[in-house]
Design a protein around this ligand. Structure first.
Ligand code: PHE
Length: 341
């Protein structure tokens, strides 16, 4: 009997060793441990043995059962995990949290700005980053010899437009004013967020790629006071009621009159600090009343309609909002910076 049992153990282990899929493991389990299995039969025959032999055979049968159970356990865990490990998967261990990304701080901030303007009835529109000189300059009344066209400020691309002039990486969001008006008629209130490019040396305050947000409003009887009122309301909604604005005359070819708008420094409250170069003011945006030539280029009659436009530098405003002191951090791709927002 002992011989038969030993043979059985050998056969069983060899059969299990070959089995790989759960179905055949299951089949072998019934074959070797089931009620009608050889082992069950031998257990019954044990009763007929001499009483001295019985415990030894009993122990052998139990050992064989244990060996078979062990190999079944091992096989099952392997076929589940696909590895040779005999350690079963422990579902009570803490898992590995997947890394979930989020919106970049610049875009988060841009969305705050969009919220403020859309509640005032503005429509958000976008335009191409690769522009023709016609849209980036000509139709905006920028003369042929204007310094901003200079190779030092503008990135010219190695590809020509239909007229044979090199395309440019847009230097501002203003060309979208003209593009948007191809399919619209006044009254309009537009907000144009987007990336712009300038051939600039990079430092803590300047990047060659940055974000702007343009606004264009055209209607009957729009005046400079509408522009200043809108800007004041916008900056107060963004930074709080204490913000003051200051308007300085400036020149932009596409607006007349033109102005630069500063806001009181948020860090020192206007008394002067390093951030505002002791002036108490921070340069915030360029603005003005849409030049009649530009209105004509938009197929809008300057005798009937007037409008204002302004362009905000998003990066600087974002830095002020969150207290970031180096513009280069925004584009560095450094997760230690990005994950703080
Ligand atoms: N396009 C100007 C710039 O990039 C900003 C501006 C926009 C000024 C609209 C006036 C009106 O500097």
């Amino acid at each position: 009997m002992k011989k038969r049992l030993e043979q059985l153990r050998k056969d069983a282990l060899a059969a299990f060793e070959k089995a790989t899929d759960p179905a055949s493991i299951q089949k072998l389990e019934t074959q070797f441990l089931g009620r009608k299995a050889e082992l069950a039969k031998l257990s019954k025959e044990m009763k007929a043995l001499a009483s001295a032999e019985r415990p030894l055979v009993g122990k052998l049968i139990n050992d064989i059962k244990k060996d078979i159970s062990d190999i079944i356990q091992k096989k099952k865990s392997v076929s589940k995990s696909g590895t040779q490990s005999s350690v079963a998967f422990d579902h009570t261990l803490p898992g590995i949290t997947p890394v979930v990304g989020h919106v970049h701080p610049i875009i988060q901030f841009l969305e705050k700005i969009e919220d403020i303007f859309t509640t005032m009835g503005y429509e958000v529109v976008e335009g191409p980053e690769l522009e023709t000189q016609e849209y980036n300059f000509d139709l905006l009344n920028v003369p042929e010899d204007h310094p901003s066209r200079d190779i030092q400020d503008t990135f010219y691309v190695d590809k020509n437009d239909k007229r044979g002039r090199p395309l440019v990486l847009r230097t501002h969001t203003s060309p979208v004013q003209i593009r948007a008006m191809k399919t619209r008629k006044p009254p309009v209130r537009l907000l144009v967020p987007g990336r712009v490019f300038r051939n600039e040396r990079t430092d803590a305050g300047h990047e060659s790629t940055f974000y702007q947000c343009e606004a264009l409003v055209i209607d009957r009887g729009i005046r400079v006071t509408d522009l200043i009122g809108t800007l004041e309301l916008f900056l107060k909604r963004l930074y709080g009621e204490d913000v003051k604005i200051r308007v300085r005359p400036h020149f932009y070819p596409f607006t007349e009159p033109s102005m630069d708008v500063d806001m009181s420094c948020l860090l020192c409250g206007g008394s002067g600090c390093v951030f505002c170069k002791q002036s108490g003011w921070i340069e915030t945006l360029g603005a003005g009343m849409v030049h009649p030539h530009v209105l004509v280029n938009m197929k809008v009659d300057p005798k009937k309609y007037s409008g204002f436009a302004f362009g905000l530098g998003i990066d600087r405003l974002m830095m002020l909002y969150y207290g970031v002191d180096d513009i280069r951090l925004s584009y560095s791709g450094d997760l230690r910076f990005i994950e703080q927002f």
